[in-house]
Design a protein around this ligand. Structure first.
Ligand code: SAH
Length: 345
């Protein structure tokens, strides 16, 4: 299936010219797609153009919100999107004081196979196209009553299923598409890209000059621990990841985030805090502590909240800034990848 959402505004204009349509048609299609309409629903288009597009095999985003779950506690919404081929991905919409954040997926499944994560349980199924990542934002925005002038999604985190840098071309194109002035126009500064540390790709990414917030999934500062829970550590070790974070800071002067999911008895001891302090002390970063979400198939348990605050205290005492992430949508819970696993059959 070909997706209109995969095309930038300029590409859409070229496409219209190539099939003998006037350039203003590109604008009509573009705005319709960005508002979450399917081709048939774009009322400004002529019937013949709609038919041509459909006959050529095009859809707008090719996806739908298959299910949504709204939290009664904090109004967080979890989306299960169905794609044109029947695959599913998840997204989470969270309300914060500074704006609304959508967490998007970049792949169906994941091949990183981290020991605590639900997304990698069945490996990688396929990459999402740029338009399928964008589609998650378009549909969430429309779902919450937003349009292009009054956007409901103001911030985006690439922290759903998948490893963004393992789907490099499509993720970079998505970042450019979602930033288009005529479209959703989300500023790079309001986007966080999270990676487990595919550093070869990261060095390419630095050169793209897309000033997003970089988030590195560290989860352990000792290699013997990190290698046990994150297979990627055998290729790119803790010191390599931290050196890459420092390169990003040097280039962008943007403070980086290290994610650290606390796993009971695995990475939450004094030795672990000391190793982290030793490695990042003096570097302008924030450690984002997350109590591990329990994933049945993985069987690893999260540290208690009390111990998470104790770990935070150790870091702060050592001169490292750390926050404990608050839990959102506790009643619609299911760590990323779990919903898909439950509904895919
Ligand atoms: N692949 C990317 C982004 C997706 S995951 C990455 O590794 O950064 C987003 C974050 O959630 C990562 O830090 C990931 O390690 C973390 N995560 C995955 N499963 C988790 C779980 N069960 N509990 C808490 N955090 C988890």
């Amino acid at each position: 299936m070909k997706l209109l959402a995969d095309l930038s505004y300029d590409e859409l204009k070229e496409k219209m010219l190539s099939i003998g349509e006037k350039p203003f048609r590109a604008e009509q299609i573009y705005l319709g797609v960005m508002q979450g309409k399917e081709i048939e629903e774009i009322s400004t288009l002529s019937a013949s153009l709609k038919q041509n597009l459909v006959e050529e095999g095009y859809a707008a985003t090719g996806m739908k919100i298959f299910r949504s779950f709204r939290s009664k506690i904090d109004d967080t919404v979890k989306f299960l999107y169905s794609l044109w081929d029947g695959d599913m991905v998840e997204g989470v919409f969270m309300r914060y004081k500074y704006g609304n954040t959508l967490c998007v997926s970049t792949q169906v499944g994941c091949r990183m196979n981290c020991a605590f994560c639900a997304s990698g349980l069945n490996g990688l199924k396929r990459n999402l196209s740029a338009g399928e990542i964008l589609g998650q934002v378009i549909l969430a925005n429309a779902f919450d009553g937003g349009d292009l002038k009054n956007r409901k999604v103001t911030n985006i985190v690439l922290m759903g299923s998948g490893e963004p840098l393992d789907n490099y071309e499509n993720v970079v194109k998505f970042l450019r598409l979602v930033n288009e002035e005529k479209g959703l126009n989300v500023s790079y500064r309001n986007i966080s890209l999270s990676t487990c540390g595919l550093l070869e790709k990261f060095d390419l990414f630095i050169e793209e000059d897309l000033p997003v917030t970089m988030t590195f999934s560290l989860h352990a500062a000792r290699d013997e621990v990190r290698s046990k829970i994150m297979p990627v550590n055998k290729k790119y070790a803790v010191s390599d990841v931290i050196a890459a974070a420092k390169r990003y800071f040097e280039k962008t002067k943007r403070r980086v985030v290290f994610e650290y999911s606390l796993i009971k008895g695995v990475n939450d001891g004094e030795k672990d805090a000391a190793a982290l302090i030793e490695k990042v002390k003096g570097f302008p970063c924030i450690v984002n502590l997350i109590v591990l979400n329990y994933v049945k198939e993985r069987g690893l348990e999260g540290t208690s909240r009390k111990d998470a605050y104790r770990f935070q205290g150790l870091l702060e005492k050592g001169g490292v800034e750390a926050t404990v992430r608050r839990t959102m949508g506790a009643d619609i819970e299911g760590a990323c990848g779990q919903l898909r696993a439950k509904y895919q059959d």
